[in-house]
Design a protein around this ligand. Sequence first.
Ligand code: SF4
Ligand code: MG
Length: 328
Amino acid sequence: MNVMEIRDLSVDYLSNSGAVHAVAGVSLDLRRGEILGLAGESGSGKSTLAGAVARLLRPPAAITSGSVTYHRQDGTAVDVLALGGNALRAFRWKELAVVFQSAMNSLNPVSTVGAQIDDVLRVHVPGMSRDDRAERTTELLKGVGISADRRRSYPHELSGGMRQRAAIAIALALNPEIIIMDEPTTALDVVIQRDILHEIRTLKDEYGFAVVFITHDLSLLMEISDRIAIMYAGRVVETGTAKELHRAPRHPYTLGLLRSFPRLRGPREELLGIPGTPPDLRALPTGCAFHPRCGRAMAECSSELPVLDDGVACLLNGGHGLESHDRS
Ligand code: SF4
Ligand code: MG
């Protein structure tokens, strides 16, 4: 059962030198209660995609085509891209919440973490009593591993890990169905990162929300995700369960990403990485955008754009493509 469906979504950044296609024709399903990992190098479009579905994009970014449909538990379908005003504000807290990389940017520096959770509850649940709000605040903080007495702390009095936990507690305040986490733990120590991720899994199992977890660290995603989508140059190039991608990655870029990070478990392997740098979106290579860096590129890879088919967009092994001039 899907909680969100993204269909053929494209986002451009409008610049003096023309439009840059940051997200190009992405289709993805988010299932109820799953953790969907979104991986790719910086500039691959993952944050832009998340910003688009959360309706947080600002000019010069513009959604140029496609649809995003949110499915409520009761079966109603919501056209996310058509939401505005109060409906959009309600959607963004009650149905979908976002946790950003830098908790400092999403927390209010002059308000205690308890007061910030209380504010969200007061604004969005007008009938809730002060005592109920206090109880809920304590429960939320406990849920993310912050003791109740910390609710009187200001963000600057907390460690980086605690701030990130507080930001997660605020996002969970109204029981959203979807939480988007954009590199939420990147700035943190590896041990703290893993603690927080395991807590997110526990919370998810308890509350049943779905998570879109964005990071460039594929080995981290392998640990916590149910399914993973790999992005390159604005497109999804491979999707599969974490197990499938771990055991048998099919796209050469996925393989390169897997070799770019040390495994957290298992034998150490050489970090091979991927040669070259991510492409300039203003001047994308023709055909498969990955072809200049791909060790398996064939002649047709520079003229045919691979289509995502059965979870992979690559011309190897019978994959099919479009001639470059067919590209919209
Ligand atoms: Fe490599 Fe060609 Fe597959 Fe692109 S389509 S990933 S260049 S083999
Ligand atoms: Mg990003």
